[in-house]
Design a protein around this ligand. Structure first.
Ligand code: AMP
Length: 288
């Protein structure tokens, strides 16, 4: 019989997490951290592998953070698959999974928030008011609990990584942020826990995000530099998919996220599209 690797240790309290981190530090170990909301897939696991390679004590958090969901969003439906997640993590030999309760993270009386400025305003910030306030707050709390030397984030959530980098720089949080490339399905769909919402037909339609980004790349390579023309082309391509509803199609500066008119330097193409009601995002850097 094949030996099953042991599931990682699960810690649910801040006190225990702090204790473990303190002992690891005393042993001189470098602490790596991967924050997630669970329903793990290869995208998350790529971050776990990077963390495992670069640090000697790896913490993965699994916490569906209520404060980053809007009132009309999918907090209640968000997939929660802790046992399966632990099985997936078992092979990596990570040290701890931190899976706190809402009560542990937001006890009665909780009333402090992290507001990141301009970088959090456009794109996701505009479509999901309060989202980045919830993200920045929970990530700062997790950083204070886990006290990592390095933390990993995915390019899939490009703006989120920028928001976290801004927060860490502005608030002097002693952690290094590393960003890993987006992991995709064979047909290009960016892996996401929300892909689980897609039935077979919607799953097929969802390839439009990556196809649109590839089209933008090809148009730029063929000499089209005008982002208004590119955006119009992508919009009509996406609108032709039944059940696809565009939140935004944007061509922005990769550092500031301000709109860019001409692709005469690297530009971030970013999309948010609802496919039969499931909201998906994707992005790609496009060089002239
Ligand atoms: P989530 O569980 O969706 O909050 O994501 C946790 C972390 O995994 C975030 O840093 C995401 O950017 C990252 N992530 C999610 N999907 C992917 C993906 N397809 N490729 C790379 N990183 C990802």
């Amino acid at each position: 019989m094949k030996h099953q690797p042991e599931k990682p240790r699960v810690v649910t309290t801040v006190a225990e997490m702090r204790q473990l981190v303190q002992s690891a530090r005393q042993e001189g170990r470098r602490i790596g951290f991967v924050p997630t909301m669970g329903a793990l897939h290869e995208g998350h696991l790529s971050l776990v592998r990077a963390a495992k390679e670069a640090s000697d004590f790896v913490v993965v958090s699994i916490y569906v953070n209520p404060t980053q969901f809007g009132p009309q969003e999918d907090f209640a439906q968000y997939p929660r698959t802790l046992e399966a997640d632990l099985d997936l993590l078992a092979v990596y030999g990570i040290d701890v999974v931190f899976a706190p309760s809402d009560q542990e993270m937001y006890p009665a009386g909780f009333d402090s928030w992290v507001e990141v400025g301009g970088i959090a305003a456009p794109l996701e910030g505009r479509c999901r008011p309060g989202h980045f306030r919830g993200v920045a707050t929970v990530v700062l709390k997790l950083f204070n609990i886990v006290q990592p030397d390095i933390a990993w984030f995915g390019q899939k959530d490009y703006q989120q990584a920028l928001v976290i980098q801004r927060m860490v720089a502005d608030l002097n949080v002693p952690v290094e942020i590393r960003v890993c490339p987006t992991v995709r399905e064979p047909d290009g769909l960016a892996m996401s826990s929300r892909n689980r919402y897609l039935g077979p037909e919607s799953r097929q339609k969802a390839t439009i995000l990556w196809r649109a980004l590839c089209e933008a790349k090809q148009l730029v390579a063929a000499g089209q530099k005008d982002t208004a023309v590119l955006a119009a082309h992508l919009r009509s391509m996406i609108a032709a998919v039944p059940g696809a509803q565009i939140d935004y199609v944007a061509f922005v500066d990769p550092q500031t996220l301000s709109p860019v008119r001409q692709v005469d330097r690297p530009v971030l193409a970013a999309l948010a599209v609802r496919i039969d009601g499931t909201r998906l995002i994707d992005n790609e850097l496009i060089a002239p």
